[in-house]
Design a protein around this ligand. Structure first.
Ligand code: ATP
Length: 199
């Protein structure tokens, strides 16, 4: 099964583009949502998190104590890397299981905000980078999440720059106000269909 990773900076339009691929019948694995759910569902990961970040990482009810975890990893790159080193392998396992369940589809997409940073692009056959001007991304996120420009910038700082990602990406989708998304997605879709024939 051909696996295509798709990423882009915060507010670049990854999810919007994935919805278009879904309309074309392509299954999408949302790695960032999976990362949240494995912290609840993966027993091994739960043990590792408790070991690494304390018993108070989970409430007695079993729910994840997000506030506790965020207070440790927010603004501390080393702690965040430590958490990611635990969470990412669990997400990779979930992705592999999910891929094995897909049938009769030419290819699948994996949407991940940190596709390059987490090195998970190495497990994909191709990668797509969604690019969008920074000012537009900030305006979209402020409108979507009701947060300040400063908070958006903080989140942006945790990702590689577009220049760095561009060097690693196989394909680029531009999501600004001038270029239409659907023709760009259709062109890539055709390309991946022909790749999957050879696969
Ligand atoms: P995040 O990294 O925060 O998950 P994302 O890259 O997945 O963001 P989206 O959620 O797809 O980005 O888009 C951010 C916001 O911008 C959404 O509210 C979406 O509806 C809007 N948006 C994205 N692309 C366009 C577009 N081409 N035209 C109009 N609105 C758009």
């Amino acid at each position: 099964m051909l696996k295509i990773g798709i990423t882009g900076g915060i507010g670049s339009g990854k999810t919007t583009i994935c919805r278009i691929f879904e309309v074309l019948g392509i299954p999408v694995f949302y790695a960032d949502n999976a990362a949240k759910s494995v912290m609840h569902s993966d027993a091994l990961l739960r043990q590792d998190i408790i070991k690494g970040f304390g018993q108070e990482s989970y409430f007695e009810t079993g729910e994840l104590n997000r506030k506790h975890i965020s207070s440790i990893v927010f603004n501390d790159a080393e702690q965040l890397a430590r958490l990611n080193a635990l969470v990412h392998p669990a997400v990779f396992r979930t992705f592999d299981t999910w891929v094995a369940l897909q049938s009769n589809v030419p290819y699948v997409l994996k949407e991940a905000a940190l596709l390059f940073e987490s090195e998970s692009y190495k497990m994909c056959d191709r990668s797509i980078l969604v690019k969008s001007p920074e000012a537009l991304r900030i305006a979209r996120i402020i409108a979507r999440d009701n947060i300040t420009a400063e908070e958006v910038r903080l989140r942006m700082n945790r990702q590689f720059s577009d220049e760095k990602k561009e060097k690693l990406a196989d394909h680029i989708i531009i999501n600004d106000e001038d270029l239409l998304l659907i023709p760009q997605v259709l062109e890539l879709h055709q390309h991946f269909l022909s790749l999957s024939d050879d696969h």
